[in-house]
Design a protein around this ligand. Structure first.
Ligand code: ADP
Ligand code: MG
Length: 243
């Protein structure tokens, strides 16, 4: 079931995808995918490895060409990946300011560094950062153009449990402060429930939206696990159809 947050009459959604088709050679990843993200909405995308989550984000970000369909986005897009992808020869402030196109955007560097808790590390090189700090720098870089839509591709996956919880809280707080819309790809149901307003599960080949529900309504932990084909049995979990 799909329940969308209402946007004001004249506002276009943060993203509107219609009839997305994308193939890599014989591998048809999407064939007619539709997805809307409302302004300010945070959507978590879950699904089996290889189902097309990163491809979806890359198509929205314009990093990958779709074969058919339309992708409409309103305003600036910021992207963050599993790895920080910082230039090793540039300090944190220069990495964060790298996507800035003008003085006004460059002037945002100190404030986005402060937002992610890295004001003290502006002059450090990437090799002088912990994994969690490097991901914070990547988050600051994604924010420097003041995006309307943040695309987050498993941004916590490479972090240890504690750093993961810290960064998750920071992302949640920043999305609340900036009111940016977000699409968060994650393997972790708890990430989705902590950050998202709505959870979708992609499944199939070509992939379709197999489940969509609002957090606090139909997107409960057990409903999401069920849509992912995970059967919980006491403390044990297994994937349906696998032993
Ligand atoms: N550049 C590429 N060239 C060929 N196949 C690709 C490429 N990128 C992704 N794929 C294939 O497309 C499918 C979806 O990949 P991906 O979007 O990375 O999955 P996910 O992020 O859900 O794990 C997979 O079968 C993958 O092998
Ligand atoms: Mg991926």
């Amino acid at each position: 079931m799909s329940v969308r947050r209402r946007t004001s009459g004249t506002e276009s959604p943060a993203a509107r995808i219609r009839g997305l088709r994308k193939a890599f050679g014989e591998r048809l990843v999407f064939d007619g995918l539709d997805l809307d993200v409302a302004r300010g909405e945070r959507v978590a995308v879950l699904g089996a490895s290889g189902c097309g989550k990163s491809t979806l984000l890359r198509c929205i970000a314009g990093l990958e060409r779709s074969d058919a369909g339309t992708i409409a986005t309103a305003g600036e897009i910021g992207v963050m990946f599993q790895e920080p992808r910082l230039f090793p020869w540039l300090d944190v402030a220069c990495n964060v300011g790298f996507p800035a196109r003008d003085d006004a955007e460059r002037a945002r560097v100190p404030s986005v560094l402060a937002l992610v808790g890295l004001a003290h590390a502006a002059r450090r090189l990437p090799k002088e950062l912990s994994g969690g700090m490097a991901q914070r720098a990547a988050l600051a870089r994604a924010l420097v153009r003041d995006p309307h839509l943040l695309l987050l591709d498993e941004p916590f996956a490479a972090l240890d449990a504690l750093r993961r919880i810290e960064l998750r809280a920071a992302v949640h707080e920043i999305l609340t402060l900036t009111r940016a819309s977000a699409i968060l790809v994650t393997h972790d149901v708890d990430d989705a429930l902590a950050i998202a307003d709505r959870v979708i599960v992609l499944a199939g080949s070509p992939a379709e939206v197999a489940f969509t529900g609002n957090v606090g309504e139909t997107a409960t932990r057990s409903a999401i696990l069920d849509a992912l084909g995970v059967i919980e049995n006491g403390g044990h979990a297994r994937v349906r159809g696998r032993t």
